[in-house]
Write a protein that binds this ligand. Sequence first.
Ligand code: DX5
Ligand code: ZN
Length: 214
Amino acid sequence: MNTKKFLIAGSILSADLLNLEKDVKEALDEGVDVIHFDVMDYHFVPNMTFGPAFLKAMRKKFPDAVFDVHLMVSPVTENIVDDYANAGANWISFHPEACIHTERMLTHIKEMGIKAGLALNPATPPQMLRYLWEKLDFVLVMTVNPGFGGQKTIKATLTKVADVKKMAKDDGYDISIEVDGGVKDSNIAEIASFRADPFVVGPAFFGASDTQQA
Ligand code: DX5
Ligand code: ZN
């Protein structure tokens, strides 16, 4: 039996928004490793979610949790990064389409003491990563189009997980690949076989009737 421990990041987009403290506590108690915050601005994606004040309030309640901030905002600016960093983010990823100076932004995130990631939309080619390994702590591969929780994984994106892992290996890097979108109990093993880790899960955890089992 494969007993490798994979990291699970719970996306609170699918939690009970009026009982978030309870849901996040339960998630952490039940073994969710990371809390994933989907930050949306109505520009980069057709949806709107959490601001830095919200993150700060969560940080106050959960001082030791790992907070993973996935910025789906356009443009990404140093100010926005600083606001989420100061509010308590541990990891920050953004989309290259929303940032002209990707390398500079990754450098800035790392200088803030935060783990830096680049998030790739389903149709975004990964070749640019080749020039960025030094600055990357992880790559977030979107397996759905960003904007909403509860969507179905786009099959073609799974080969990108394997492609990125191989590109990194060929260049001498072992990079974490966070897979985000439609991960559930019925497909997580297949996605893991492409050497992904961590996994973002939304309804597969927060919507489960038995969250401990999930
Ligand atoms: C989509 C978000 C995801 C989403 C993933 O824009 O980036 O993090 O919440 O969760 P599910 O499991 O609902 O696809
Ligand atoms: Zn996300």
